[in-house]
Design a protein around this ligand. Structure first.
Ligand code: TXA
Ligand code: MG
Length: 331
């Protein structure tokens, strides 16, 4: 398959490919995604094929606006509705699967993940397609998510119909996947009450638990769960081993690497020659680091045998970043 490289101004050409059942990589506020008609089984099958993704790992369905989403899901409970209305960016919510979404899209689940990207271009593109787009991150399975079109191209050239080549994505890590849970059942009163619900995080992402509470006024729970199938798989792996350490010492001073070398030995059974070829600063706060994380890993893997990364402080600000690094290092 030949992959067309399109400018974002060629949006109509890209939308036509989607309408014909094809696959197009496009930018969202979080990471680049591979879009396809979420309601068409053959189109969704192409996405799984392109990514080499296990069929039990469900896809997120993207809408151009909350208005379209609420039209398609008229029965959204008051709690989820409130969360969607108050958290505008990097959010995915779980709802019961309606019949018009085929099981292949949800990996066989009776629930479905949905989101409205907070990216004007993504909204415009989905609107032009005129249908909900299933869109997983535009990497092949196990690889770091792409935040630049070139990274998606590295993984997917020849595996998707087209790539809309835009700018680097704003947030840099994927959306936070949540479930809004009523505390009483059957769900509460007819009027919305913040204390009637909790938000459970199924996958950490671009909006953290403190921000979720601040925006919604609802209590947030996070304890790693198996409810988001994707979090169980090998993920975010660079082409070379990534070692996550508390303190990498002073770069350039070989003697400070004794512990590191021991760790390498335990982990990989060999004694590497260490020559620091590049030192990369990921940023000075959680927002900057999230934005740079995957692109810097992809830059480094091009000429490194190993990547050594210092763990970030164990705070909410760096929670998603540390989780991604932990996964990237444990392969
Ligand atoms: O930011 C994002 O979410 C990006 C952009 C392109 O929108 N998309 C993305 O999709 O990260 P993907 O496929 O790489 O990750 C989707 C995650 C997986 O962990 C999957 O298991 C989870 O969402 N998920 C999807 N449907 C689910 C469901 N019904 N229940 C629980 N988790 C679900
Ligand atoms: Mg992904």
């Amino acid at each position: 398959m030949k992959t067309l490289l399109l400018k974002e101004s060629e949006i109509k050409k890209a939308a036509d490919i989607i309408k014909q059942g094809g696959t197009v990589v496009f930018r969202t506020e979080t990471v680049y995604g591979i879009g396809a008609d979420a309601t068409r089984e053959t189109a969704v099958a192409k996405v799984f094929g392109a990514k080499n993704r296990p069929p039990v790992n469900p896809l997120i369905i993207h809408f151009d606006s909350l208005k379209t989403l609420f039209k398609k899901f008229p029965d959204v409970d008051l709690g989820t509705r409130h969360v969607l209305n108050t958290v505008k960016s990097a959010l995915t919510v779980i709802l019961p699967r309606p019949e018009w979404i085929p099981l292949i899209t949800t990996g066989g689940l009776e629930t479905v993940a949905i989101r409205v990207p907070d990216c004007k271009f993504a909204q415009k593109f989905i609107k032009k397609c005129g249908l909900p787009l299933a869109a997983p991150s535009a990497n092949t399975s196990t690889r770091p998510s792409p935040t630049r079109w070139e990274d998606a191209h590295d993984d997917l050239n020849g595996r998707v119909d087209a790539i809309l080549c835009g700018t680097q994505t704003q947030i840099g890590v994927e959306s936070t996947v949540v479930k809004v849970i009523p505390l009483a059942s059957p769900p509460c009163s007819k009027t919305f009450n913040k204390t009637d619900y909790t938000i459970q995080i199924l996958r950490l992402g671009g909006v953290n638990s403190d921000e979720l509470t601040k925006l919604t006024g609802i209590k947030v729970l996070y304890h790693p769960t198996k409810e988001s199938p994707g979090t169980q798989f090998k993920h975010y792996s660079p082409k070379c081993p990534l070692l996550l350490v508390d303190d990498a010492g002073t770069i350039g001073d070989y003697s400070q690497y004794n512990d590191l070398i021991k760790e390498f030995r335990t982990k990989y059974g060999r004694f590497p020659k260490i020559k620091i070829i590049r030192k990369t600063d990921l940023g000075k706060n959680g927002i900057e680091v999230a934005k740079n994380l995957f692109s810097k890993i992809r830059d480094l893997e091009k000429d490194a045998d190993y990547i050594v990364c210092e763990r970030f402080p164990d705070t909410v600000e760096y929670q998603t970043i540390n989780e991604r690094l932990q996964k990237a290092s444990s392969n």
